[in-house]
Design a protein around this ligand. Structure first.
Ligand code: G6P
Length: 376
């Protein structure tokens, strides 16, 4: 509450700070009301109408789709594939009458996503009566929302900054809502787990707020990176897409060469890059061996793996900036691994913002990019 009364110099910072509110709104709309007659899920396909999901998106929306894939697979146990819309154009995935195609686009106007929808529809017009397209946007009046069989808005409100922040976490909320709704329909989520899910998601706004309160120390870390040219970001499991998203935020707003990797995979060759000039940001949301297994399916080994990888990196002489975990530079409230993306992404957004400011970059309007790529 305090946070929203602040004055903000830039839309990006304002929109980062709006997240406790926008996440809370999304949870109320798409999770808390998710009973048998939840209005938010009326007229959406039921879980027994499809056997697999394909998700197409670009940029930040693609990273939300990758988190979505994780919960759809691990929680609802629905086979899910994700592809960049432009790569789908190059190599379309075979669609069947049991495919639900989900397209994700903040603006609802991205040209590659529209073209991919057209291509998928052409493929399915040869007799795939059950094939349906479901659009997730932040604008129900957009072309993508209008052309889909089903659509839902993530309801984040207008986002002005070119770099997406609050719409990313709003997309996540909707994916969790879908995974929970379809997981319930498929009997994958027993009643007691369902109650836990609801209360943990209801706690997210105050947990995000706790992360925002570390803004000053995150800004100090950003200033220490002012002359850094390369940054590595590592995450595992559901936080691998957050490493990708953090790297994209840093590239978009600070022009730093930043790359996200799956932590274990980074050891297979790419670690040769490291020296003392290249810091590593490690997403370690749960302290090793203290992860709460109650929502996990299967139990996560992620914390353990992150600890091994960060120890190895420190031995190689590179600085590790840990987000969460026992050696955290930026502490996170204790939370379940499956919900941790909502918390791990916040320091990365703030880091990108403050580093842009430290470098005098016009953070809301970075060079070479536009809010949505609706023509070339
Ligand atoms: C552009 C923007 C990205 C954005 C992507 C997808 O390339 O620069 O920040 O993530 O489009 O936009 P969309 O509106 O489809 O989510």
């Amino acid at each position: 509450q305090m946070a929203l009364q602040r004055e903000f110099q830039h839309f990006m910072l304002k929109e980062i700070y709006e997240q406790p509110e926008s996440i809370g709104r999304g949870v109320a709309q798409y999770v808390a009301s998710l009973g048998s007659s939840a209005p938010s899920f009326h007229a959406l396909p039921e879980a027994n109408c499809f056997e697999e999901i394909q998700i197409l998106a670009c940029g930040t929306s693609l990273h939300a789709a990758l988190v979505g894939q994780f919960v759809l697979e691990q929680v609802a146990q629905i086979p899910t594939r994700v592809r960049s819309a432009s790569e789908f154009l190059a190599a379309p995935l075979p669609v069947t009458r049991q495919t639900l195609l989900i397209v994700v686009s903040q603006s609802g106007e991205t040209a590659d996503v529209l073209a991919a929808m057209r291509l998928a529809n052409q493929q399915s017009s040869s007799g795939l009566a059950g094939f349906k397209v479901f659009a997730i946007t932040n604008n129900s009046h957009s072309a993508i929302a209008q052309q889909a069989d089903y659509e839902r808005s993530v309801g984040a409100g207008v986002e002005n900054s070119v770099a997406a922040t609050k719409t990313f976490t709003a997309q996540l909320v909707l994916f969790y809502g879908l995974a929970l709704a379809w997981g319930r329909q498929r009997d994958r989520i027993p009643d007691e787990q369902w109650v836990t899910w609801q209360s943990r998601m209801a706690a997210l706004p105050s947990q995000v707020d706790q992360v925002l309160q570390q803004d000053d120390s995150i800004a100090a870390i950003a200033r220490s990176l002012k002359h850094t040219n390369h940054i590595i970001l590592l995450g595992t499991g559901i936080n691998y897409p957050i490493a990708l998203e953090g790297a994209l935020k840093l590239k978009e707003t600070t022009y730093t060469h930043a790359e996200g990797y799956a932590a274990g995979e980074f050891l297979h060759g790419s670690i040769a890059l490291l020296d003392h000039t290249i810091p590593t940001i490690a997403l370690c949301p749960t302290p090793p061996f203290r992860s709460d297994p109650s929502l996990e399916n299967p139990p996560s080994e992620g914390g353990d793996q992150m600890l091994k990888v960060t120890q190895r990196i420190r031995r190689n002489g590179s600085d590790v900036i840990a987000i969460g975990g026992s050696e955290a530079a930026i502490a996170l409230p204790l939370c379940d691994q499956l919900l941790s993306p909502f918390l791990t992404v916040i320091p990365l957004q703030l880091l990108a913002y403050h580093l842009a400011i430290a470098r005098n970059i016009e953070v809301d309007r970075p060079r070479n990019i536009t809010k949505s790529l609706n023509s070339f």
